[in-house]
Structures are given as C-alpha cells and as structure tokens.
Design a protein around this ligand. Sequence first.
Ligand code: ATP
Ligand code: MG
Length: 422
Amino acid sequence: MANDTLRAVRGMNDILPGEIALWQHFEAVVRDWLAGYGYQEMRTPILEHTGLFKRAIGEVTDIVEKEMYTFVDELNGESLTLRPEGTASGVRAVIEHNMLFDGGKRLWYQGPMFRHERPQKGRYRQFHQVGVEALGFAGPDMDIEHLLMTARLWRRLGLAGHVRLEINTLGGAESRARHRQKLIDYFDAQQGQLDEDARRRLHSNPLRILDTKNPAMQALVEAAPRLIDELDEAALAHFQAVKDGLDAAGIAYTVNPRLVRGLDYYNYTVFEWVTDRLGAQGTVCAGGRYDGLIAQMGGKPAPACGYAMGIERLLALMAETGQNPPVAPPDAYVVNVGEQAARFAMRAAETLRDGGLRAVLHCGGGSFKSQMKKADASGARYAVIIGDDEALSGEAGVKPLRGAGEQQRVKLADLAGIISKE
Ligand code: ATP
Ligand code: MG
C-alpha cells in the first residue's frame, strides 16, 4: 500500500473474527481459573508517567533502555510511557490506594503491553499479558500457590504436556551483592570475549549478562560464578520449601541456575514456563518474587510475588498443539423472502432472542436458495423459513440443518420452544 499511515503500526496486530474464538475461550478459562484461587481483577491505565517504569523495572534493563514507547505530552510537557508490563502499574495503584492496609491482596490484570522490539513470530510491539500478583505474602506457600495454579491453567488449556517449568532463586540483597562483585571480577578478566551489550552492562548490571541471547557468549556465561554458591540460609530454606511444595504436588521442574529474568525487581524465587514448540520465543509465562519493590516505590515495605504470561504465545501454542476452541454458532438463521416476510422475520428473530436463543436474521434479500446456503454456512442448528404466506398466517417454517428431522410449520409463540428443545 502506498500510504503507510493507512496500515497498522508495525508489530501491532489486528485480532480478526476468525481468531477471536480462541482469545475468548482463553479469556473465559482464565477468569474462571483465577476465581477458583480467589484473585480479583484490577484495571490500570495503559499510560503511566515514564519515571514509574524507570524506577520499578530498572534503568539498565532491555525494557527501559530500548523498548519503551515514551513520548512527551505536548499539552503539558510530561513524559509518558505506554506500559511495557503490568507489575509497575499494579504496585503503583496498590500504594496509591493504600490497598494493603488490611492485609495481603491477590490481584490479576490483563491487557495490551507495548515494547519496541524487533517484530517476529511470538514477539510483537503490542502484545497481551495476563498477570497475577500476590502482595503482602512473604512465605514460600505463595510461591507454591503460583506454581500450582499455573500448572492447573496449562491442564485446563490442554497444554500440560507441552510446557516445562524452570525455577531458580536469586537470593536476598546481600548474596546478590556478593555475587555481583564476583561476576564483575570474572567478566572484567575476560573483556575480550564480551559483546557490546555485556561490556556496557559490566558495571551497571552484570547479572543481566547471564541472560544474554548471544550464542557466542554462552560458554563464557556457563562458566560464570553461580549465585547459588552465595546464597544464605534463609534464601536456601525458602527455595527448598518451594521445591518441596512442587514435589508434593507432583509438578516436575528443573533448577536453572542461569535463570535471572530481565527485570531488576526480582529476588528469591524466579521461574519460567517454557515450550519447545514455538522456536526462539519459547517462554510463555514468567515471574517470581519482588519483595523489595513496594518499598522501593515509596510504599510501606511489603513482600510480593507474581508472574505474567504472554497471551499470543499461549494461543500460538494452543493452535500448534491442535487445541480447538469451542465454537458457538447461532441457534437459528432466519431466512425470509418477500416484503411481508421480512417484517415478520424481524419479529421472529426478536422472539427467539426473548427465548434466550442466538438468532441471525438474514438481511439484504436474495433467493431462497442463496439464503439457505448462508443459513447452512452460519453453522446454525435450524433455519427458520419465512415467506409472505407464513407471515400472513403468523407462522414460520423450522428446518433442522444438523442431523435428521422434517421441516415443520409452527406458530410464532411456539418457535423458541421448538428450537431450544435440544
Ligand atoms: P523475552 O525473554 O521473550 O523477551 P521477557 O523476559 O522480556 O521475555 P516478561 O517481561 O517476563 O518477558 O513478560 C512475560 C511474558 O510476556 C513473556 O514470557 C512472554 O510470554 C510475553 N512477552 C514478553 N514480551 C513479548 C513480546 N514482545 N511479544 C509477545 N509476548 C511477549
Ligand atoms: Mg523481552
């Protein structure tokens, strides 16, 4: 197309009616699943002050350094950012509304997130997440709840055999500081082998070097000092309790000592659910503990943990593994030929909806034959057939489109009853 402004922005997708059944199925399962664990939905604005994300996510992270859609509101000169993730906004709202005054909260959100990344399969500039946060809970029981609940969601979505769990612990502040210094010393001694990103991060955020996707650096990263060797007793005990909880629930996992996550706010438990079925974009759900974040953002100190899943990746995995969403075709398609018939058909369709049924009224005329084709293609269980003759007698023809049964003629008052009998 000549004019690019008439196309969607690169990396931002329309979700068309042909794909929506899968989205709606996913969303319905998710709502029901979250209700089953007592989580409450929260909705925050898509735009926030840029400073919020810088402070929460960390200045030296991929997201803040290069992925944020940030712009100046020309009306007042404020710097605003389209949210790249949900935790920062959620925590902001929790502090702003003093939501933890009477104890811990289990919250969830969903919606579009924005990151200026290179678009590819499973990586978009507008994508959607469902996020879950439990604020005010310190113990490993909440980490376990989160892992158990995600495992249940995969079962409910038919994905159980297609994802695996990786966990790690980042420990507390002191062990992280010790590990950080060891990493700096280690990488500093290997300057020649570092790529540009790693050199830049060496002193600002050396932990993130471990998260590199550069194959040329893998060997170096594999041999780097391990955080697990620096952990104190409390961190190890917390991690052990999480692992025991998983074992008791029969959830398989691997401990991946190199799992560090790309956001600065994590401590203690971190985890990712990954699949091998989606190529390089294989992480479908990720999260962990962020006990310091609420205080760091000016709230009364409170522990917290949470996770977010990428809806596009999960839906791609469902499609890839042959999970078909349930279809909900109309109950009836109302065919009408003739002027009187058209008016009566409108009434008949409304009567069906009064009876709680889904009815599609044929609009735009056309022959009986072509309308019957449309009725069939709609997937409806019944065609309701109305000509001027039927209209005059206040009746409609009812023809089953799926399975056996003769066409019959019924009074308008009996129409919904006949069709709902199935
Ligand atoms: P990645 O390593 O794939 O870049 P991330 O660590 O940046 O992921 P998080 O910030 O933890 O991702 O977001 C949680 C989940 O959201 C990811 O596991 C993924 O499923 C999804 N996600 C993140 N970025 C994108 C994107 N640009 N497009 C589609 N989904 C995404
Ligand atoms: Mg990323």
